[in-house]
Design a protein around this ligand. Structure first.
Ligand code: NAP
Length: 241
C-alpha cells in the first residue's frame, strides 16, 4: 500500500457521489471516480482535479460483472490498493411504483443496481480492501428503507416507490450481513443516509445540498479503528432499521 489513502466512489460523476469524491479529495486522499459514461466520468475527473482533488477515472457500471472486475484490476494496477469503498451509485427506476402496479422488470432493474451492484462491486474490491490498514465500506442507503419509520404511526414517508424503497431495505440487510462476516478483519461496513437532497434523483426537490448529503459518507469513510460496523446512520446519529 502507498501512504496516501485511496478511495473509490461509485456513481461519482454527479450529485452526492461527486461531492463525496470532492470531500475525500479535500482530505488529501486519492479518489477513483467510478462512473459508467466516459464523457461524464472525464468531465467529473477534470472538475475534481481543477479543484485540487487527486482524482482518477474508473470505468464502472455497477450492474455489470465484467465492469466491476475490470475496475478492481485497474485500481490494483494503477494505484496498488484500496482503503475505502463508497457504494453510492443507485437508480430510482421508472415511476410510479405502487406495489399493485409496479412492473416486475422495474423491480429487477432497481435491485440489480442498488443491491446486487453493491454486492458485485464490494466483492470485486474486497481483496484490495483486505490489504488496507484502515478499510471502510460505506453503503449509501436511505431512511425511506427503514421498516421502523415506515410503520411508525404519525410518520409520513410520502408516496412509496416500492422498488426503490425496498431496494434500500434490502441494502441495509446486506450491510449487516457484510459487517457480521467481516467482523474482526478491521473492515467497518455501514449504511448512510444523506437526507432529502437536491439532485437528479429527486428532481432537485430535495432540501439539502449535495455537499450536505455527502457529509455522512465522509464521516463513515473516516471512522477510527474500533468504530461502529453494521450500523445505519445519518447526520443526526443512528437511523432505525
Ligand atoms: P443521482 O444524482 O441520480 O446520482 C446517481 C449516480 O449513480 C449517478 O452518478 C449515476 O450515473 C450513478 N449510477 C446509476 N446507475 C449506475 C450504474 N449501473 N453504474 C454506475 N453508476 C450508476 O443520485 P444522488 O441523489 O446523488 O444519490 C446518491 C445516493 O444517495 C444513492 O444511493 C441514493 O439512493 C442515495 N440517496 C439519495 C437521496 C436524495 O435525496 N438525493 C436520499 C436518500 C438516499 P449516471 O450519470 O451514469 O446515471
Amino acid at each position: 500500500m502507498t501512504e496516501q489513502t485511496i478511495a473509490l466512489v461509485t456513481g461519482a460523476n454527479k450529485g452526492i457521489g461527486f461531492e463525496i469524491a470532492a470531500g475525500l479529495g479535500s482530505l488529501g486522499w486519492r479518489v477513483g471516480v467510478g462512473a459508467r459514461d466516459r464523457r461524464r466520468r472525464d468531465t467529473a475527473v477534470e472538475k475534481l482535479r481543477a479543484a485540487g482533488t487527486d482524482a482518477f477515472g474508473v470505468p464502472l457500471d455497477v450492474a455489470d460483472d465484467a465492469s466491476a472486475a475490470a475496475a478492481a484490476e485497474l485500481i490494483a494496477d494503477r494505484v496498488g490498493g484500496l482503503d475505502v469503498l463508497v457504494n453510492n451509485a443507485a437508480i430510482t427506476g421508472v415511476m410510479p411504483q405502487t406495489p399493485s402496479t409496479v412492473d416486475p422488470a422495474t423491480v429487477r432493474d432497481v435491485v440489480e443496481t442498488n443491491v446486487i451492484g453493491v454486492i458485485r462491486v464490494t466483492n470485486a474490491m474486497l481483496p484490495l480492501l483486505h490489504g488496507s490498514a484502515s478499510p471502510r465500506i460505506v453503503n449509501m442507503s436511505s431512511s425511506v428503507g427503514s421498516l421502523t419509520l415506515q410503520t411508525t404511526p404519525g410518520i409520513d414517508m410520502g408516496p412509496i416507490p416500492t422498488a426503490y424503497v425496498a431496494s434500500k431495505t434490502f441494502l441495509n440487510a446486506v450491510t449487516v450481513q457484510y459487517a457480521k462476516e467481516l467482523s474482526g478483519t478491521g473492515i467497518l461496513v455501514n449504511s448512510g443516509c444523506p437526507g432529502f437532497t437536491a439532485t437528479d434523483l429527486t428532481g432537485f426537490r430535495g432540501v439539502r445540498t449535495p455537499q450536505q448529503g455527502a457529509a455522512i459518507a465522509l464521516h463513515l469513510a473516516t471512522l477510527p479503528a474500533g468504530g461502529p460496523t453494521g450500523g445505519f446512520f445519518d447526520d443526526g446519529g443512528s437511523v432505525p432499521w
